[in-house]
Structure formats: structure tokens, C-alpha cells
Design a protein around this ligand. Structure first.
Ligand SMILES: *C/C=C(C)/C=C/C=C(C)/C=C/C1=C(C)CCCC1(C)C
Length: 246
């Protein structure tokens, strides 16, 4: 590998390198999704512009990190843990902002947003420590991270966020429910990648899986899918208000 040092990085990629393949597809998918969200921003009622803008920012920030992660993988053949967590630290709080933005029409308070952001930061910082700094205790950091994750799940499924969504009803409630499913099922993909990639009592359960492939799959589902739910909400709500005006 190192004898290829004079060639561009990507020439290190082997055609049979399926992990590298998912990094490439990730770059393109995140870029395409960003173009889609940005360009559709003005097609809806103005109250949805910020939500669609944030959807585009999430995939755009991810696209930039995917280019770095792709090159890191091509150069070192190793997990780009640092870039991965920088990306998540920016994009996951933005997803919490999305919950707030769609519930704002029903009177959600900023404190709800900050609570979700706070929990997501705990989830990610402890995950990073387990993956990059204190791998010997990866199970413990993963556990703390998992508790913060469950607190988020509780808040949106059963806590205040749910009550506000119910009072809003209609398309907002439907979108909130779908986003809740993303967090419960889509986000649960990440702990699987973590367990496959760190040492612990769970060694062997997911041992055959590649951590980066699992994370890349999770990102595609959650970042692009999440944005599409909001896009769909904007479409439905705009159509309804246009019907009213005819
Ligand atoms: C776009 C990126 C997203 C939605 C990333 C989400 C990441 C998580 C939900 C990570 C969760 C983790 C646990 C629940 C335990 C193990 C450590 C983590 C950080 C992988």
C-alpha cells in the first residue's frame, strides 16, 4: 500500500473494497440530497422554509465530512472516527432542532429543544470516549451513551414533545410520529455498529459486521430519510392551505 504513495489517495481503493464503496456512495447521496432540499426550499408555505433549510444543512454538512472520511479510509484503511464524530456532533443537534421547528407551530418551547440537544451531546461525547479514548471501557461509555439515547426516545415518544404533537394534530402529528420511528429504529443502527467495532462482553455478537458500513448505512437512512419526512410534511401542509384558498 505505502509504495503507492506517489499516486492520488483514491488510487489506493481496491475495487473489492466494499467499505470504501459505501463511503463513495455516501458522498454522492448526501450531495444529491442537499441539492434537492435547497432547491425545493421556496416551493412551500414560508413557515416550512427553515425546516427544509435545516434538512439541507444536515445532508450538506454530512456530504463535506463524507469526502474527508472517504479519503481517510482510502489513505489509512482505518475508521475515520474523528471526522465521524465531528459530523454527528453538528448534525444530530440539528435533528433535535428539526423536532422543535415542526412542533413550534403548536407552541413548543425552546427549553424542549435545548433538552434534546443536551442529551444528544452527552450521547455523542460518551460514545466518542468509548470509541477513541478509553476503548478498554467501551461497554461502560456505550452504556452511558445508550441511557442518554433512551432519554431522547422517552422525551419524544412519551414526554412533552408527544403532548405538543398531539395538540397540533393532523400532518404535524403524523410527521412527528414518523420522526419518532426514525429515532427508535433508525438510530438504533448506531449502537450495533459500535458494538461491532469496539471490544467488550458483546464481542462476537456483531463481530462479522463492519462498523463503518453500519454507520454509513445508518447515516443514509437517518439523514436523508429524516429530511424527506419534513419535505413531505411541507408538501401536505402547503397543498391543504392552497385548497382552502381556492
Ligand atoms: C446523522 C447521524 C446520526 C443520526 C447519528 C446518530 C448516532 C447515534 C444515535 C449514536 C448512538 C450511540 C449509542 C446509543 C451507544 C453507543 C455509542 C453511539 C454514539 C454509537
Amino acid at each position: 500500500m505505502k509504495s503507492l504513495l506517489f499516486l492520488p489517495l483514491v488510487s489506493n481503493l481496491d475495487p473489492s473494497d466494499y467499505v470504501g464503496f459505501t463511503f463513495f456512495v455516501g458522498c454522492m447521496a448526501m450531495m444529491a440530497a442537499s441539492a434537492f432540499f435547497f432547491l425545493s426550499m421556496r416551493s412551500f408555505d414560508r413557515k416550512w422554509s427553515t425546516s427544509i433549510l435545516v434538512s439541507g444543512l444536515i445532508t450538506f454538512i454530512a456530504a463535506v465530512h463524507y469526502f474527508y472520511m472517504r479519503d481517510y479510509w482510502a489513505e489509512f484503511g482505518d475508521s475515520p472516527t474523528f471526522f465521524r464524530y465531528v459530523d454527528w456532533t453538528l448534525t444530530v443537534p440539528l435533528m433535535c432542532v428539526e423536532f422543535f421547528l415542526i412542533l413550534k407551530v403548536a407552541g413548543a418551547k425552546k427549553s424542549l429543544m435545548w433538552k434534546l440537544i443536551f442529551l444528544s451531546v452527552i450521547m455523542l461525547v460518551t460514545g466518542y470516549i468509548g470509541e477513541a479514548i478509553d476503548r478498554d471501557n467501551a461497554w461502560l461509555w456505550g452504556l452511558i451513551s445508550g441511557l442518554a439515547y433512551f432519554a431522547i426516545v422517552y422525551e419524544i415518544w412519551l414526554g412533552k414533545a408527544k403532548k405538543i404533537a398531539e395538540s397540533a394534530g393532523g400532518a404535524v402529528l403524523a410527521a412527528h410520529k414518523t420522526l419518532c420511528w426514525f429515532v427508535l429504529v433508525g438510530w438504533a443502527i448506531y449502537p450495533i455498529g459500535y458494538m461491532a467495532g469496539t471490544p467488550g462482553w458483546y464481542d462476537g455478537i456483531f463481530g462479522g459486521l463492519n462498523l463503518d458500513v453500519v454507520y454509513n448505512l445508518g447515516d443514509a437512512i437517518n439523514k436523508i430519510g429524516f429530511g424527506l419526512v419534513i419535505y413531505n410534511l411541507a408538501v401536505e401542509s402547503t397543498e391543504k392551505s392552497q385548497l382552502k384558498n381556492v
